[in-house]
Design a protein around this ligand. Structure first.
Ligand code: ATP
Ligand code: MG
Ligand code: MG
Length: 352
């Protein structure tokens, strides 16, 4: 069997490795941190930093194709890897999504709606951006943010200095606050030969900036549903994308607004493990391995709930619930804000 190399050994790498094993592949994880969740289930693990050229070269030689479970991989490491093996999804998808400004430039270039935005590197630029965009607004670091980290809300101009200080000197982007009714995401896949498949959009609720629940079906009109899927397909096609992508959307009376894209399997797609014949992890492995995409039609209504930090203590009770599937990541220490597990509650059959 072929070997799939995965950059990153977190829970996404772990669930990708399980899906790959089911299809007869081996996974080799590359992860700088010790004891990554994926190590329990992968065939091989390289523990080395992203500037270790020898380790990167040996990793590339040991695998047939390289994919990733997070987007913040240093460019030099990617250059080295790409010289030896294909990287799927491709470098452009990574470059676009690593930086919130290039991401929004790309999306608006496709004619898609985003929040109004302006690059901000100092107090004068922040004043000008606030003048142009108004309040409320959100200042975000352009790179490396996740789970709402590196963000500061600006409700009035006098909040500006504190927000800028919260960026710790990093380049930032000011976004106008979108007055959305709810948030949804589309998990979509594109195969090596260009076919596109999308899962039903899920409705997402966040708590303290971290995804709390995803519910399918989402509250969307048929027109909004097809808009969501079609815009995701445009993004994948334009990027010549291979693999699974998560597209986060704000639902507003004026239409769908793209919040951000993630060039990988996505937390808001975990419901597919118990709602579809072929889940997002298998779909991603199929795509990067050059297989035909699987059937992602939803057979069940599902509510996915993340277990964060101490929530993991609920597992004994959850294990007694009917129609409930538990997915634990095997992490030893439950720190506050740490994603420990998720639970998929099947709430009924999907209407046919
Ligand atoms: P993720 O973990 O999804 O990568 P992130 O740190 O990249 O999160 P965002 O998705 O940009 O953060 O923002 C987190 C949440 O904050 C959004 O899901 C949304 O609820 C809210 N939010 C972000 N930007 C805006 C905006 N411009 N207007 C209104 N709400 C916003
Ligand atoms: Mg993000
Ligand atoms: Mg987000």
């Amino acid at each position: 069997g072929a070997t799939i190399g995965i950059l990153g050994g977190g829970q996404l790498g772990r669930m990708l490795s399980v899906a790959a094993a089911r299809l007869g592949f081996r996974c080799h994880i590359y992860e700088p941190g010790a004891n990554p969740p994926a190590a329990d289930v992968a065939h091989a693990v390289t523990t080395a930093p992203y500037d270790d050229a020898a380790a990167l070269t040996a990793f590339a030689e040991a695998v047939d194709v390289i994919t990733y479970e997070f987007e913040n991989i240093p460019t030099a490491a990617l250059d080295l890897l790409e010289a030896q093996r294909p990287i799927r999804p491709n470098r452009r998808a990574l470059a676009v999504s690593q930086d919130r400004i290039s991401e929004k430039d790309f999306l608006s270039g496709l004619g898609l709606a985003t929040a109004p935005y302006r690059a901000v590197t100092d107090a004068a630029e922040l004043d000008a951006a606030l003048e142009a965009i108004g309040t409320p607004a959100i200042l975000k670091t352009t790179r490396l943010g996740y789970d709402g980290k590196g963000q500061a809300r600006i409700d009035a101009p006098q909040d500006a200095a504190a927000a800028l200080a919260a960026m710790n000197g990093a380049a930032a982007v000011l976004e106008g606050f979108v007055d959305f009714s709810h948030e949804v995401s589309v998990i979509a896949a594109r195969g090596l030969t260009g076919e596109v498949a999308a899962y039903d959009p899920g409705e997402n609720v966040h708590r303290s900036g971290i995804l709390h629940t995803t519910t399918v079906p989402a509250r969307l009109t048929p027109a909004q549903r097809s808009d969501a899927v079609l815009l995701a397909a445009r993004i994948l096609n334009d990027l010549d994308y291979v693999g699974v992508m998560g597209v986060e959307l704000f639902v507003t009376p004026a239409g769908l607004i793209v919040n951000e894209i993630a060039p990988r399997v996505h937390n808001s797609g975990h419901w597919t493990q118990n709602g579809c014949a072929v889940d997002q992890f298998e779909q991603h492995i199929r795509a990067v391995a050059g297989w035909p995409l699987g059937d992602g039609a939803r057979h069940s209504d599902v509510v996915m709930t993340n277990l964060i930090g101490d929530d993991i203590e609920q597992v004994p009770q959850l294990a007694r619930e009917p129609m409930t599937a538990l997915h634990l990541y095997g992490k030893a220490a439950a720190r506050p804000g740490r994603k420990m597990a998720h639970v998929n509650r099947i709430t009924g059959p999907a209407p046919r």
